[in-house]
Design a binder for this molecule. Structure first.
Ligand code: CMC
Length: 423
């Protein structure tokens, strides 16, 4: 790639030489220099960089993912979710003192106001936990009106701690409500992930005994899901936050975006798909259905990765560890067969479709006993750190203004109103 690109308006003959910035971007303002009426038409932002960010690096062609420069493989192997959340939010790994203070702050903010609990108990008996989560995160803004002071650093830091600390509580409460079980309050003597598992599963025992392999596997999945640069939900977070809405309202919008089956809802859709296929011998017929455009191979394909998603590779390894503890998931054989057929089929090779993060994560969640409706909730808990890191970055970036895309108007030209009786 050269250092500049020259754009010529063939009508006026005028040219503008534009510098190519980091990551191959050119400022769209250059077009306005040529002609103030010129705009880029880019539905779904396929070639548009909407911000400069120093949080997460993805190289989709080479299958690389780094948080603040650290390879995801190293973080997955050696770090913990809380440490990664700190890294995403602060830009650097914490030293021992910083980590202890961070861990302590999070652990003393895990409780929710009793009225939040009452609010959650008013949903319909079969409400989807993700719907409950989206609404309750939005409702938190009414409990913390101070959160509106988004340019006060201390206030901002407080909301960050609150959101990261309370997401597992809200997630577990949403589950307990949906199965009619009493809510289990946080146990702040447990680590972040074990506390979540305790709130999910504890029944009458005085202290929940967490299986260390399951707790570690879940923590690792949290690390892998913590951020993924400008994905749909993070973009929703940034767009809503750009109007200076409070972080709970913005995070609720982000969670709503995550809910969709093309984004965080895909892990749930993968299990539905595998169950529908039913057995290994029906895999080829399903692949044909996908190639005819009648179905989508859920958990495959990605806007950015045109190579094996590095998170899927790590998750596949973790699945073996979890299955060794809880017994294999019968859907695994179908998934492995599906992957093998897809990776050797021209349809998928030509389109560079590989397994993404959601292909195997649902199977781990299912084997660990989580109901399918909780899968996207399990994605929302860790992604909260990413959403908040982008929120802070957005508010600190002087080049950001309220997000307001332009459009290509293709509707009718001016016409006169006709009264109802004359229509
Ligand atoms: N199964 C079958 N064909 C596919 C798939 C798939 N999963 N994904 C893409 N294609 C085809 C698509 O039909 C198109 O073919 P053609 O060129 O003949 O029209 C081509 O591949 C390009 O696809 P696209 O829809 O233009 O790609 P996109 O970048 O707009 O969509 C995606 C990306 C993730 C929404 C899509 O691949 C998809 O729907 N995958 C299944 C859902 C899924 O697993 N989502 C989780 C994504 S990773 C985690 C997250 O973001 O939450």
């Amino acid at each position: 790639m050269g250092e500049t690109v020259t754009i010529t308006d063939d009508q006026s003959g005028r040219s503008v030489k534009v510098p190519i910035g980091p990551d191959g971007t050119i400022p769209s303002a250059a077009l306005r220099e040529l002609d103030p009426g010129l705009r880029v038409y880019d539905p779904a932002f396929v070639s548009t960089a909407s911000c400069a960010s120093s949080i997460t690096y993805v190289d989709g062609d080479r299958g690389i993912l780094r948080y603040r420069g650290y390879p995801i493989e190293q973080l997955a192997e050696q770090s913990s979710y809380l440490e990664v959340a700190y890294l995403l939010l602060h830009g650097e790994l914490p030293d021992k003192g910083q980590f202890e203070a961070w861990r302590h702050e999070i652990s003393i903010h895990t409780y929710v106001h009793e009225n939040v609990k009452h609010f959650m108990q008013q949903f319909h008996y079969d409400a989807h936990p993700m719907g409950i989560l989206v609404s309750t995160v939005a409702a938190l803004s009414t409990f913390y009106p101070d959160a509106k002071r988004i340019f006060d650093r201390d206030v901002r830091a407080k909301q960050i701690v609150r959101l990261i600390a309370k997401m597992p509580t809200l997630a577990a409460f949403a589950h307990r409500f949906s199965v009619g079980m009493p809510f289990v309050y946080p146990d702040n003597s447990l680590d972040y992930t074990s506390n979540f598992l305790s709130m999910m599963w504890r029944v009458a025992e005085p202290r929940f005994e967490v299986d260390p392999v399951l707790a570690r596997a879940l923590d690792l999945l949290f690390i892998l899901h913590a951020d993924h640069e400008q994905n749909c939900s993070t973009t929703a977070m940034r767009i809503v936050a750009s109007s200076h809405a409070d972080p709970y309202s913005a995070a609720a919008a982000a969670a709503a975006a995550l809910y969709g089956p093309l984004h965080g809802g895909a892990n749930e859709a993968v299990i539905q798909m595998l169950e529908r296929i039913g057995s290994v011998d029906r895999v080829p017929a399903f692949i044909d259905e996908v190639k005819r455009g009648e179905s989508r191979l859920m958990g495959f394909g990605h806007r950015v990765y045109k190579n094996y998603d590095p998170r899927a590779r790590i998750i596949k390894r973790t699945a073996d560890e979890v299955f060794a503890v809880v017994g294999s998931n019968p859907l695994l054989d179908i998934a492995l067969a599906l992957e093998e057929v897809a990776l050797s089929d021209d349809y998928f090779i030509e389109r560079r479709l590989y397994p993404n993060v959601d292909f195997y994560s649902g199977m781990i969640y299912q084997a660990a006993g989580f109901p399918r409706e909780m899968f996207t909730v399990l994605f929302a808990i860790p992604r909260t750190a990413g959403w908040l890191a982008h929120w802070v970055e957005l508010l600190s970036d002087p080049s950001q203004r309220i997000a307001r895309p332009r459009q290509q108007y293709v509707g009718p030209s001016e016409r006169d109103y006709v009264g109802l009786e004359a229509r």
